[in-house]
Design a protein around this ligand. Structure first.
Ligand SMILES: Cc1ncc(COP(=O)(O)O)c(C=O)c1O
Length: 428
């Protein structure tokens, strides 16, 4: 038996590893993934060529609806053109840990990012996974961490590291904020950190940040928000906005008109900005604490020069054309959502943001569905249990501004066939 974040237990299923001394490894909750890896063509795909959002796997072409490059910066010539000059000046990879030294590009990014977010300060590290695993334990100390049950797996892992360092970890559900309120009221004095996804990576829906921040502020707790999927896509609302995603892509805190009092925002460039880098937006005092207490700052290698260059070029493109790109992203996403609604196919997206999960009526059909979608040339993210709850097992589509109308039309035709052959959940 394994214990889930919400305290419930599940049966573990053993999986055989290949090899001479094939050992039985307990993959616990991940049995469905373990069964799919290998036989399912939609797992561990090796891509031989990329042309726009078309990818070639051997001699088979697919359209990529599993990309998180929401703004299409991975394919933007202006952004790619920033790389050679940076490499000539800085080399491919100054390999200092950040504690020792950083190329000026890195601090330029921190300054520009803080200005874009309207946050007091920012610290960048290579990935969000690094940040959750190292920053959460520092912020929690010997206090308490409260994790939303559906938060990203990397937050759960960071919380468990915090527990190993002396913090208590508790779980709550976003639809039961009264429970969080009571947990906070009963918490012992000391640090209390409440962790949530900003835009949820599976449903595409934003968290209830307004209510959450009211509760955490009332209890003097810190609200820790991972907006990996909102950063670059949604931003401040108001005059001049050209789509309901708002302006400038400066993430969920600004999208909801909040300030950073009692909130730290974590985000990454590896989705909308197509670059390997992540950040925590926090007060300068917290940044200085992390410079001596967060292991990746002291011990880890830095992000590569090419990524630093593409982030800086991304800021420029974001200011010049970002809102136009987001308007196109919104238009394409609405085409898919309308297509699903017209067909009566249920999905979890209530936001209009470009992440669309379509649940299957029978979770056991996921493997077969993966085969069909692969054959029909549509790359998606298969979403088994326990990545989502059993009721939500299905597949996830992500739309990017680099997808074309023709590709969306092709996707909807394939979804017609999927709806014919598999029991999907009916829209309510
Ligand atoms: C919500 C969320 N947090 C964190 C991560 C991990 O980010 P990184 O690749 O920067 O470690 C992801 C990646 O899929 C994510 O969706």
């Amino acid at each position: 038996m394994a214990t889930r974040g919400d305290g419930s237990t599940v049966r573990s299923a053993p999986a055989q590893t290949a090899g001479p001394a094939a050992a039985v490894v307990d993959v616990g909750d991940y049995a469905q993934l373990a069964r799919m890896r290998g036989p399912n063509p939609m797992y561990d795909v090796v891509v031989d060529e990329i042309v726009g959002r078309r990818i070639r796997v051997g001699d088979h072409w697919l359209t990529d609806f599993a990309s998180c490059n929401y703004l299409g910066f991975d394919l933007d010539p202006e952004i790619a053109a920033a790389v050679p000059g940076a490499l000539a000046r800085w080399g491919t990879h100054p390999s200092w840990s950040r504690m020792i030294a950083s190329p000026r590009l890195t601090v330029d990014i921190e300054d520009r990012l803080a200005a874009l977010l309207g946050a007091p300060d920012c610290l960048v590290l290579p990935t969000i996974t690094h940040i959750h695993g190292s920053v959460l334990p520092v912020l929690a100390g010997g206090g308490e961490v409260f994790v939303e049950a559906h938060a990203h797996r990397t937050i759960h892992d960071g919380a468990l590291t915090a527990r190993a360092r002396g913090a208590r970890v508790r779980y709550f559900r976003e639809n039961r904020l009264d429970h969080l309120d009571r947990l906070l009221a009963r918490a012992a004095p000391g640090p209390r950190v409440v962790c949530v996804d900003g835009v949820n990576s599976m449903t595409g829906n934003p968290t209830r940040l307004l209510e959450l921040s009211r509760i955490t502020r009332a209890h003097g707790a810190l609200l820790y928000v991972d907006d990996a999927h909102g950063f670059g896509v949604i931003g401040e609302r108001g005059a001049g906005e050209t789509s309901p995603y708002g302006r400038r892509g400066n993430a969920i805190v600004r999208y909801l008109g909040l300030d950073y009092e009692g909130i730290v925002l974590v985000g990454g460039f590896s989705k909308a900005y197509s670059s390997l880098l992540a950040f925590i937006a926090c007060p300068t005092a917290t940044k200085n604490l992390l410079k001596v207490a967060a292991a990746p700052y002291i011990f880890s290698g830095p992000p590569p020069t090419a990524s630093l260059a593409t982030v800086l070029a991304g800021f420029r493109v974001n200011e010049e054309r970002g809102d136009a790109i987001r308007t196109e992203l919104h238009r394409l996403t609405v085409r898919v959502l309308d297509g699903l609604d017209t067909r009566g196919i249920a999905h979890l997206n209530r936001s209009g943001f470009p992440i669309i999960e379509i649940p299957l009526a029978d979770a056991d059909h996921l493997d077969e569905l993966g085969h069909l979608l692969f054959e029909r040339g549509v790359l998606v993210t298969l979403v088994p249990y326990p990545v989502v709850t059993r009721e939500q097992v299905g597949f996830r589509l992500q739309i990017t501004a680099a997808n074309t109308d023709e590709e969306i039309t092709g996707l909807l035709a394939v979804l017609d066939e999927v709806a014919e052959r598999f029991a999907l959940r009916a829209a309510t």
